[in-house]
Design a protein around this ligand. Structure first.
Ligand code: SF4
Ligand code: SF4
Length: 344
């Protein structure tokens, strides 16, 4: 794998090149220390140096609200037409936890029933990762076997260094893009490699690594546990944890119709933390209380996703830790479950 140096002063030209035939989506400063992924109109809008974004870039592959298809009732027949095509997109500056989240979403949407809407966006999106040189206090990605320097899932990776980035391709699509950006790249000097190595070693040390040994095994055997009832006393059922999570992927489907004979079918994010998420038409609810819903969320993160896809459903991004209004902290839950598992 060849690495190059991309100087900061070349970035405006590179962004112009990208924007000539693609939509460039990158972290942008919204306020203070808050950054969000958003379409870029001018090169200077791109935040080059940021702590993880307030929300993940998941909605550029799996939008919060998405038209699935249009329907029209004709003479004795129902006509269905596609809602629109995905545009070419470059998703720039994705931190390793959010790349890992895309790795966790792929088997869900490319599984036994491949999702054409996700596939369209995924196939039209170039993923440019950015190694994490400034992890936040809530980050714990190392817990799940990767870290601030991980490139898994990226087409291209950026490694911050003085005056710019080292840049390397990790997929054929990434190599193709890098080849077209070649006139803007320079050879890497040994001291730049050294600097990047040192920076990422310090970042890796700063990230909290939790011990997961025994946690899944305990969850395998303890579906019924008073632990969840106790924890649920604090939960407000607001759903912020799921909406801010880069791996949560539940959705609801609804039809919108202004005229009786035509309309659009949409899907929109849903949350397993909501009471009506599992409510059935006959009135039965298999997760009737907050404890059952909270248990489902953590079972999904630490057991179900692993059972089904051999990948954790959490990437340690720390967003739910930061945003939960009552400080329900998945890191504490892992430690609690670890302690219970060790005691038993
Ligand atoms: S469960 Fe929390 S820490 Fe884990 S990926 Fe989701 S938001 Fe991030
Ligand atoms: S963010 Fe906290 S309070 Fe809100 S649903 Fe999630 S765990 Fe419950």
């Amino acid at each position: 794998m060849n690495k190059y140096f991309l100087a900061k002063e070349k970035l405006p030209r590179l962004f112009e090149l990208i924007m000539a035939d693609s939509c460039l989506v990158a972290p942008r400063q919204i306020s203070g220390h808050r950054y969000l992924f958003a379409p870029v109109l001018q090169a200077e809008e791109v935040a080059l140096d940021y702590t993880n974004s307030h929300l993940p870039p998941k909605n550029y592959l799996f939008p919060q609200t998405q038209a699935m298809f249009l329907f029209q009732q004709g003479e004795g027949e129902l006509r269905i037409s596609p809602a629109g095509a995905a545009s070419r997109t470059v998703l720039w500056g994705i931190r390793p936890c959010d790349l890992q989240a895309i790795n966790a979403l792929d088997p869900v949407f490319f599984g036994d029933y491949p999702d054409p809407l996700y596939r369209q966006k995924r196939e039209n999106t170039l993923l440019v990762g950015q190694a994490c040189d400034r992890p936040a206090a809530q980050c714990f990605c190392s817990t799940f076997g990767y870290g601030p320097d991980s490139s898994a899932g990226a087409d291209i990776m950026l490694y911050p260094c003085t005056g710019g980035f080292l840049i390397a391709a990790f997929s054929p699509r990434g190599e193709e893009a890098l080849a077209s950006w070649q006139p803007l790249l320079l050879p890497v000097r040994p001291e730049q490699e050294q600097e990047v190595g040192q920076t990422l070693a310090v970042a890796s040390q700063a990230v909290k690594k939790l011990d997961l040994n025994g946690v899944k095994e305990w969850l395998d055997k303890n579906f019924q546990s008073p632990y969840w009832t106790e924890l649920a006393r604090r939960c407000l059922g607001c759903g912020i944890c799921t909406y801010s999570c880069p791996t949560c992927h539940c959705f609801d489907i609804f039809d919108y119709s202004r005229k009786q004979e035509e309309g659009v079918r949409y899907r929109g994010w849903d949350s397993c933390m909501f009471a009506d998420f599992t409510l059935m038409a006959g009135g039965h609810n298999p997760r009737p209380d907050r404890a059952a819903r909270l248990r489902n969320r953590f079972m999904h993160k630490l057991k179900y996703h692993l059972d089904r896809y051999n990948l954790a459903g959490c990437t340690g991004c720390g967003r739910c830790v930061r945003l939960c209004p009552v400080n329900i902290d998945i890191r504490e839950i892992i430690s609690d479950l670890k302690e219970v598992a060790t005691r038993e």
